[in-house]
Structures are given as structure tokens and as C-alpha cells.
Ligand binder design. Sequence first.
Ligand SMILES: [Ca+2]
Ligand SMILES: [Ca+2]
Length: 278
Amino acid sequence: MRSFLVCLIGAFLLCAGTAVADEPEPGADTTPPVITNAVLTPGLLSFEGGNVQVSVEIIDETELSLVSAQAFGSDGSYQQIALYQGGGSTYYGTLEAAANFSDGTVSYQVEVQAYDAFHNYNAATIGEVQVGPAPQFDETPWVSMASLNPPVLPSSGGPVTISAQAGDNSSLSAVFALITPISGGASSEVGLNGISAGSFEGTWEAPPNTGPLAAEYIVEVVVRDDIGQEGRGLAGTVAVEPPEEVTPPPSTCKGKPHRPASLPQGSKGCGTIGKKGR
Ligand SMILES: [Ca+2]
Ligand SMILES: [Ca+2]
């Protein structure tokens, strides 16, 4: 090759007798540069990307005339990397890996080319840098029209139907009602079943109330999506009434004026009915 170029440059007559133009001159360098000991640091980046240091040894027995590096992204990108000679035959450069907002990994193949002074050429893919996927935005699940029926029960308790509309941009993993006694104490959960697209329903069996006051419960509908994000909606409160007071036996004093307690007891005991047994 070189001898051919020399002929073109002006020594035509001297070369005229040379039968094969590609025949190397005595002592000419016919060996391409060697590309070795490549290091990419770091080889793996988070989705935010960043700089990667390229270090590579390019060795030639005579003299290098041109070295260069490129990065080919799996996203179709292309980047020229300037190489600077460090100590000896080591060259350094910087790959700037862009942020990756996709849900897949983007990789960069780094290739190095080198020419020596005798136009011998070599190229090598020296490694790959990976930029991880970005965490994808995922909406929280929604709940609407949470309701319950009936809101008031007799002291014996009974079934309460809880219903809600719910959904998610991806999918739901759980739909349930969380029932919390207002007076304190542990909450309980009741699963809601899908009854039609986006509609859920379940039944909670309210326990009987033996206390002196109404037992009240807060009912919330809780939904979770496939990655555990939670949405909540208040369905309302349920009141279980206290037992009715025991009806006192019919008074024989009905219609008669009650005798003040401060007065001595009358013959028939009227006005003192509440004090029996004392
Ligand atoms: Ca060489
Ligand atoms: Ca979601």
C-alpha cells in the first residue's frame, strides 16, 4: 500500500520496474496496532446514567497515527469518544451515558479503532455499558361510592352490606372493608368480591351489643394494587343499638299521683315502686 502511494507522489520512474505495488518495503511495518486491556468504569449505571471512564491500551511496534472510539447505543444513539494518551500506550476517554427513562435496559457497545503510521488498521469492540431501567410511574388504586347498608342495627347485630367501586391503572390485588370499633379495640377485615366490572361487595356480620351504649364502627374500604399501593374510601359508620331497657311491670298506681318519697309509705306502696327491695 505504502509503496503504491509513494509511486503516486512522484517517484513513478523509480517504481516502474516494481511488478507488485503492495509488496512491502524492506523494514516496513505491516502489523496492525493491538488493542488490549480495555476497562469501562463503571460498566453498570442506574437509570440516571452518568460518565463512564474508558481506558484501553493501544500498542504498535512503530507508531500510531490515529486512535478513536465510538459508543453505539441500543436505543440507536451514536457517540464519538475522544481518546487521550495517558502514560505509555494507555488511552483514556469518557462515555457520557444519557438517563434512561424507559422500562428496559439501554446498553452501549464501545468500539476502538487505531491506525498506525503505515496505515495498518485495527478495530475492536472493547466492552458494553448498561444503563438500568427507570422506575415506572404507577398510579395508586382508586375507590369511590363506598357505602354500607343498613347503618343502624338492633342490639342483636346482623349483616351489613358494604359496597364500593374500585379500580387501578394496572390491576388490583386486594379489596376489603376495614371495620374499626370507635370505642377502641382491634379492627377486622371483610373481603369484598367483584360483582361486576369495577363493583365490589361484601357482608359484615355486626356482633350483638350488650353494652349500655350504642356500639359504633367505622367502615373503610381499602384497595391495593399489584405493587402494594393502597387507596381508601370511607363507607360510613354502623351503629348497633344497646339492648332496650327492661320494661318495669305495669304499675298498680297508674293514674294516681305519686307519693313524694319524703313522706311515710302509703298503704298500697304507690310512688315507691322504684325503691322495692331496698
Ligand atoms: Ca504496526
Ligand atoms: Ca397502580
